[in-house]
Design a protein around this ligand. Structure first.
Ligand code: ADP
Ligand code: 5GP
Length: 183
């Protein structure tokens, strides 16, 4: 299996935005996660996520199909072993974008994993980004901001913290960090 690059941090901080820059800059593959969350408008099965029912997810978890999995904001999310294995061939690393409970599982099980925490400049900016993204209703935003309070206390558990103040600057820092750790 290729090495794992784990991008973690609170929802809305810009993990997906920075990940896209990293993938294109270093030509790395990403693992498509599984979730029980319903697809958002424009999301399709197998592209953003493998969308599973809770029963399907739990069956696959019982069969040990996941490298890590966690409950987050009322839904299950997990990294399928089969995804990482399929994308490992010829790749220097496979990139995972996951919340902090899953990242802690990878950290505890895989000493070679590269763990990067993306932090917001401040909590007000995080709220602004979640609201501005327009994908979550006010109740879901409140749940995610409550999760963020907990997740932000964990930042020092990971190898590197990158503050996503500016997309271009933070992407460049992420690329430099990952490149130096993969060399
Ligand atoms: P996550 O994947 O962590 O949930 P996203 O990548 O979806 O976060 O980003 C959440 C929102 O914030 C998006 O609308 C994105 O365009 C915006 N965003 C990301 N990074 C920045 C930044 N540095 N400054 C301002 N807005 C940003
Ligand atoms: P969203 O519902 O906004 O797509 O994702 C919610 C949170 O789940 C985000 O922080 C996202 O990074 C995280 N997530 C996505 N896929 C996985 C996964 O496979 N495992 C874990 N533990 N978290 C994931």
């Amino acid at each position: 299996m290729a090495r794992l690059v784990v991008i973690t941090g609170p929802s809305g901080v810009g993990k997906g935005t920075l990940k896209r820059g990293l993938l294109s800059e270093l030509s790395l593959p990403e693992s498509i996660s599984a979730t029980t969350r319903l697809p958002r408008q424009g999301e399709t099965d197998g592209t953003e996520y493998h969308f599973l029912t809770r029963v399907e997810f739990e069956q696959r978890r019982d069969s040990d199909d996941f490298l890590e999995s966690a409950e987050y904001a009322g839904n299950l999310y997990g990294t399928l072993r089969s995804e990482v294995e399929a994308r490992s061939d010829g790749a220097k690393a496979v990139v995972l974008e996951i919340e902090t409970r899953g990242a802690e599982q990878i950290r505890d099980r895989d000493p070679d994993a590269i763990l990067i925490f993306i932090a917001p400049p401040n909590s007000a900016e995080l709220r602004k980004r979640l609201e501005g993204r327009g994908t979550d209703d006010p109740e879901q935003i409140a749940v995610r901001l409550a999760e963020a309070e907990r997740e932000l206390t964990l930042r020092d558990e990971f190898d590197t913290v990158i503050v996503n103040d500016d997309v271009a600057r933070a992407t460049a820092e992420l690329v430099t960090q990952v490149r130096s750790r993969l060399d």
